[in-house]
Design a protein. Structure first.
Length: 502
């Protein structure tokens, strides 16, 4: 296998990778529209480019997800304690229109709220998103009609975010635009898109990944900072980037990204931080004080072992597990035989954050969908994981239906909900395992098998290693010259790169 020093970036735009030629599940699924693409097919000669197809499919599936919410839109959100759960169509959006003061014209973070939640418990940019939607919601009339309109306005704004996510994912890997269909067709994506406002942060991070793949480090950092101002988790991507840039010696690009991220985050947060510090800090105080909640590994363990886990204990264990996982990912990055792809590490770090969190809301799956499509673009593994997430989506709502239906107990009892949590945990761990396997054995990686190095890596794509540890720093050498075929990592040229000593 060639060493890292012999890897070269492509010098011309290569042919697109056709998933129906390399993925048996994609080939089987293509029979619905006429079968796998032929060898003599003329690509790029029609208006129906891959990115446009991905965008239209994303719009269609998002619309189906909205249709799935119709029983709640008509009555479930407003009448009956368990109707929104039995129909599995719950959404925070209509409930928080009044519950967080938008119906009364209160200003987020500045105006104190009546009730148990004294201030809005969302990051600033998400609060701005919610406020803009309330401005677009006509005032006056019955509260129910206004809540319905508020959900529709938010759904329209979130649809834009969904299309951005699908298009950015399709464009991040230049040769693999059809991988965007993994996002557009993900069933859990459609089911959870309008539960909450997570798509805003996911869209900003997807755009950031696209910018990094094009070598625009500062723009990447700005978008990461904005994404972190909308949701807490996106800042995690800077950790893998640090270790990758360390291995490749790309310090200038890393610090440009870091500067952009910190600057953008401060631009959004500083005004509220200084003018309304108590309201601004509510999100962080709420995250720290929040107890063990739905879907988390802590809830699973506490019910399995019949023990109580306090918020403080959960915080400590979550930090310990997260720190251990980060150390493991860093070690894997510096010792892997090939420098891991950026998307692989971003997926792993976000997945670990989800697995070690005190709560797993169903919409958190949105954080991972575009990252999974970039990290492991194989339909079989993706659909196995999605099946587990759809199982959890149905499990939590039927469990809540059980607990809110009184003596009727219509739904899933506690033991069944434990199974749903286990399915979510195991499904995510399975996808993490195959991504780690791809890092340890790069010949199993679908992206590198097609001849790419790190198409989402920007300046890391085809770069030489300057710092590695373990066996990767001392590749095996043999006296005899090997004349057989070798994998030309990261090269699309007609002539393979010169072989290094083995």
């Amino acid at each position: 296998m060639p060493s890292a020093e012999t890897t070269r970036a492509s010098v011309h735009e290569p042919d697109l990778v056709r998933p129906t030629r390399e993925d048996e599940v994609a080939a089987a699924g293509s029979e619905l529209i006429g079968g796998p693409i032929g060898r003599r097919a003329l690509l790029g000669t029609s208006w129906w480019t891959p990115v446009r197809v991905v965008a239209l499919v994303a719009i269609g599936l998002f619309a189906l997800g909205m249709v799935q919410k119709v029983p709640c839109y008509d009555s479930g959100w407003f009448f009956g304690a368990s109707s929104q759960y039995t129909h599995a169509c719950y959404s925070d959006i209509p409930h928080l229109y009044q519950g967080r003061g938008f119906a009364d014209g209160l200003v987020p973070y500045f105006d104190k709220l009546p009730g148990d939640m004294d201030y809005l418990e969302y990051p600033v940019l998400t609060g701005v998103f919610m406020e803009v939607a309330s401005w677009l919601t006509p005032g006056g009339g019955a509260l129910q009609a206004r809540e319905q309109t508020y959900w529709m306005v938010n759904a329209g704004m979130l649809l834009v975010c969904a299309v951005v996510i699908a298009v950015c994912t399709a464009r991040t890997h230049r040769r693999r635009p059809w991988d965007g269909l993994l996002v557009a067709l993900a069933p859990a994506f459609a089911l959870t898109a309008t539960i909450n406002w997570d798509l805003l942060a996911v869209a900003l991070l997807a755009a950031a990944m696209l910018m990094w793949s094009r070598g625009r480090a500062l723009a990447f950092g700005v978008l990461v900072g904005l994404a972190t101002a909308a949701k807490f988790y996106p800042f995690l991507v800077l950790g893998p980037l640090l270790v990758l840039c360390w291995r490749a010696g790309k310090w200038r690009e890393f610090f440009a990204a870091l500067l952009g991220a910190v600057g953008a985050w401060l631009v959004v947060n500083a005004p509220v931080m200084f003018l309304a510090p108590e309201g601004w800090s509510k999100f962080y105080r709420f995250s720290q004080e929040r107890g063990v909640d739905f879907g988390s590994v802590f809830l699973f363990v506490s019910r399995w072992l019949n023990v109580e886990i306090t918020p403080q204990t959960a915080n400590v264990w979550a930090m310990v597990m997260m720190a251990a996982a980060c150390a493991g990912i860093a070690a894997l990055t510096l010792t892997a035989p090939r420098r891991p792809r950026f998307a692989q590490l971003v997926f792993l770090i976000v997945a670990v954050f989800i697995l070690t969190n005190k709560v797993y809301s169903p919409q958190y799956v949105l954080w991972l969908v575009p990252l999974a499509a970039l990290a492991r673009p194989r339909w079989r593994d993706f659909l196995i994981w999605q099946a587990c997430e759809v199982g959890y989506y149905l499990g939590i709502w039927t469990y809540l239906a059980y607990t809110t239906s009184g003596d009727a107990h219509k739904g899933l009892p506690s033991d069944g909900y434990q199974v749903a949590i286990a399915a979510h945990l195991l499904g995510t761990l399975y996808l993490c395992a195959v991504v780690v396997r791809d890092i340890v054995m790069p010949d199993r990686d679908m992206v590198r098998r097609a001849g790419d190095d790190d198409p989402s890596g920007g300046v890391l794509d085809g770069a030489e290693d300057v710092f590695v540890l373990g066996a990767a720093a001392h590749p095996a050498r043999h006296a005899a010259h090997f004349e057989g075929p070798q994998v030309a990592w990261g090269s699309h040229d007609e002539e393979p790169p010169a072989a290094s000593s083995l």
